[in-house]
Design a protein around this ligand. Structure first.
Ligand SMILES: N[C@@H](CCC(=O)N[C@@H](CS)C(=O)NCC(=O)O)C(=O)O
Length: 107
């Protein structure tokens, strides 16, 4: 992939504890899956950044390659790919997400 694009993605992930690559913004999610992830993170009361991949077609295709994940949302926690909507729902319901966020945000 384009090295400049990779560098800017690396930077976004490295400088934000939680970053969600999604369709739309946290105020105006443009897809139900992205909206669900925003609602979960809002419920958890954590600080997070969102990136609207619909605003940049290069980022939309680039993120699929970067994460080796074909869909959005894509959630990164402490520099690592965590998952999409289904994984976030599962982790939220099981309590795993709470544990991960506590560890991640206190480290
Ligand atoms: N099962 C997925 C649902 C997400 C999904 O299917 N997203 C689709 C529709 S919004 C998507 O991103 N498709 C690729 C694209 O639009 O570029 C998850 O757990 O995140």
């Amino acid at each position: 992939m384009d090295p400049e694009l990779k560098k800017s993605i690396d930077n976004l992930i490295a400088t934000n504890g939680i970053v969600v690559f999604m369709k739309g913004s946290r105020q105006f999610p443009q897809c139900g899956f992205s909206n669900t992830v925003v609602q979960i993170l809002n419920t958890m009361g954590v600080k997070y950044e969102t990136v609207d991949i619909l605003a940049d077609p290069r980022l939309r295709s680039g993120m699929k390659e970067y994460s080796q994940w074909p869909t959005f949302p894509q959630v990164y926690i402490n520099g690592e790919f965590f998952g999409g909507c289904d994984i976030m729902i599962q982790a939220y319901q099981s309590g795993e997400l709470k544990e991960i966020l506590e560890v991640a945000l206190n480290s």
